[in-house]
Write a new protein. Structure first.
Length: 318
């Protein structure tokens, strides 16, 4: 009878351990939508922050110091630099960025060096965690029993172990107000006037809304689904990679090469009602010149106007 006791004890201990974690999970979601959850052990101190630290530190986002309990006005979706200053100089110092999401804490990046760049995708409560080792640690190997228990019992845990000196900066992110750029008077003077048909379904729109509701494909392979593609990531891809065989799927994002006119129309209407899709004209002014056959140089001003449409449904209403 006693030979069954260890198994019963392990099951009971695992259940008991999970019962203690009532404040949510650490949640990691990668670009493909894969999600991993780890229960939070200590709701009051989820990062195992030390009451005192043997160092002085300051952390900065985009050159602005982060004050614990403070508020930062930041641009959303842009890559911003994170830096830390620690005195005296430690053996190791890393940063981690987390976001409060209801009872859960989203793991944005748990270990990155000072000078690393990340983006804020939403406003809300964030935690910038500084984990420090003042001296090089002694390396020891866990016993076989400890490894076995760790595999069998998925315990709740503090995110940073006792071998780190941990300092947490909690702060609130609000969206930075962006001043609208004044449009050149010459561009306004010569802007074409569009006359739309009363039965028109689509109007010129902003590219950002289209990207947000699309998936990225290349040669029949989905590179990013709708939830995994941001405007900033899309810009990074087109600036650094060969995109000649890439395309955005809007009306039917999860199916290669398929167009669903009804779905496209509904998605566009929903985006307009949500004020995500707005009537937009893209403009550009530049100076140019050419030299004629007589050797005379002529200078002129170029005004360019672009209109972007989510769909050309001429076969449906044309």
């Amino acid at each position: 009878m006693s030979k069954y006791f260890p198994a019963v004890f392990l099951v009971f201990f695992s259940f008991f351990n999970f019962a203690q974690a009532e404040c949510g999970d650490f949640v990691f979601v990668d670009g493909s939508g894969y999600e991993e959850r780890t229960p939070i052990e200590d709701c009051a101190n989820p990062f195992n922050e030390d009451e005192t630290n043997p160092f002085d530190s300051s952390v900065f986002v985009n050159g602005v110091e982060v004050i614990d309990g403070g508020e930062l006005a930041l641009p959303l979706g842009e890559y911003l630099a994170f830096t830390a200053a620690v005195v005296p100089e430690p053996f190791l110092a890393d940063l981690g960025l987390f976001r409060q999401d209801g009872d859960d804490i989203e793991v944005i990046d748990d270990y990155f060096s000072s000078g690393g760049q990340l983006t804020f995708s939403a406003t809300g409560t964030y935690y910038l965690v500084l984990s420090v080792m003042m001296e090089q640690p002694m390396v020891s190997q866990n016993s076989f029993l400890n490894k076995l228990v760790a595999l069998i019992i998925p315990t709740a845990e503090a995110y940073y172990g006792d071998f780190f000196e941990v300092r947490v900066y909690e702060f609130t992110v609000i969206e930075e107000a962006v001043e609208e750029e004044e449009i050149d008077s010459l561009l306004l003077q010569y802007a074409p006037i569009l006359y739309m048909h009363p039965d028109e379904t689509y109007f010129p729109m902003n590219v950002e809304s289209f990207i947000k509701d699309s998936a990225l494909w290349e040669d029949g392979v989905q590179l990013r689904d709708v939830s995994g593609l941001s405007v900033q990531e899309f810009e990074s891809i087109i600036e650094s990679e060969d995109t000649s065989d890439m395309y955005l799927a809007y009306s039917n994002p999860d199916t290669d090469g398929a167009i669903d006119l009804n779905t496209a129309e509904q998605k566009y209407k929903d985006a307009v009602e949500a004020k995500e899709a707005t009537t937009t004209v893209y403009v550009h002014r530049m100076n140019d010149s050419y030299t004629d056959s007589q050797g005379d140089t002529h200078y002129f001003t170029v005004l360019q106007y672009w209109y972007f449409y989510a769909m050309n449904n001429w076969g449906q209403t044309g």
